[in-house]
Design a protein around this ligand. Structure first.
Ligand code: ISE
Length: 344
């Protein structure tokens, strides 16, 4: 809460996009984060906008997101609009000097993401957090803690599986990488604490006649320090939603385990419940993420995945797309990180 006349008041948040993801953020901020108050919403879908505004009691509803960004009661902005608008909206928040939590991907290309980094560095202040929220998932955090403890020795391999229950339409190679695999790319960097220097992407299209689509994608990773990795991104599993990672160290392995469902063995069968979608699987992560973000807005101490992380993940993503299109390994060059993004 920001100090105002000796009293603590919640941070005034504006949320752009009130669909599935935006709606979840609005509900979390409204009901679970006492230090935040949703004061404004923006969406082009008027009916949805009004419904969500009525639910959360937001006083202002806009169809133009820029009106929300500039509104004096909006102290911080959460961008949950479709991916293609992320870069421009984040730039507008930086120009307005307002902290922003932008859903992933930060941009659709590394070039656009770099412009955001440059704008933020130019302003001399970190304002951007990116919704690469695996960092807030307790199961992922435990794996990371185990690797950091050194108990398994040096990390040799990252393995990520990302299973989507199914989508309404075929997904393009670009969309699979920038909308889905970008999470795994970030996890791969974060878990290893090292940069990816080369990728090789192969994929199975939805049908032979539509080679521009990807139903299942495999991304091989090579790290600067010599470790390797593999990401499997399945867009149409047909049985539910699962995201898991496994790290192999020199003296053992560690992997995510379901936090919510028990494994039942009965009548010659063993099984557990599988989540429906990411809103179920990552409900705790989304909550932890907005809590950390609001805290960082209050304290002015940036936290979580930065614009640099958004940029680095897009450099890798661009290489994955180029590799998928050329069927060749593609090198990734991540420049030296600007000082203000160093976490230590
Ligand atoms: C979605 O946008 C997400 O962010 C989910 O975490 C991811 O698993 C899914 O593939 C994306 O489409």
């Amino acid at each position: 809460m920001s100090p105002e006349k000796g009293r603590l008041v919640p941070v005034g948040v504006g949320v752009i996009g009130t669909g599935g993801m935006g709606g979840r953020h609005v509900r979390n901020l409204t009901h679970e984060v006492a230090a935040a108050r949703v004061v404004a919403l923006a969406d082009v879908d008027m009916a949805r906008l009004q419904q969500v505004a009525a639910e959360c009691g937001a006083a202002h509803a806009f169809t133009d997101a820029n009106d929300l960004i500039c509104h004096p009661e909006v102290e911080a902005v959460l961008v949950a609009a479709p991916d293609r608008f992320h870069a421009a909206l984040t730039q507008a928040c930086i120009a307005a000097g307002k902290p922003v939590l932008c859903e992933k991907p930060l941009a659709l290309t590394a070039g656009e993401a770099r412009q955001i980094v440059d704008a933020e560095v130019g302003g001399g202040r970190r304002l951007v957090q990116v919704g690469l929220m695996r960092e807030y998932d307790p199961a992922h955090v435990r794996v990371r803690q185990m690797m950091e403890s050194g108990a398994l020795g040096k990390a040799l391999a990252f393995h990520g599986t990302h299973v989507n229950g199914g989508t309404l339409s075929w997904r393009s190679v670009e969309d699979v990488v920038t909308n889905s695999a970008v999470h795994d790319i970030h996890s791969a960097r974060w878990m290893m604490g090292d940069e990816i220097v080369r990728v090789y992407t192969s994929y199975a299209p939805y049908s032979a006649e539509r080679p521009e689509t990807a139903r299942l994608m495999l991304i091989q990773l090579h790290y600067r320090g010599g470790a390797v990795g593999l990401i499997e991104c399945n867009m149409e599993a047909g049985y539910g939603y699962e995201v898991d990672i496994k790290m192999t160290g020199e003296t053992g392995t560690v992997q995510t385990a379901s936090l919510r469902s028990a494994v039942v063995s009965r009548q010659n069968q063993r099984g557990r419940w599988v989540e429906e979608d990411w809103l179920q699987r990552f409900d705790t992560a989304y909550l932890n993420e907005v809590r950390a973000w609001i805290r960082s807005v209050q304290t002015g101490a940036p936290t979580g995945p930065s614009a640099w992380d958004g940029y680095a993940s897009m450099l890798v993503a661009d290489a994955c797309i180029a590799s998928a299109k050329s069927a060749q390994p593609v090198a990734v060059e991540i420049p030296e990180m600007a000082k203000m993004y160093r976490r230590e």
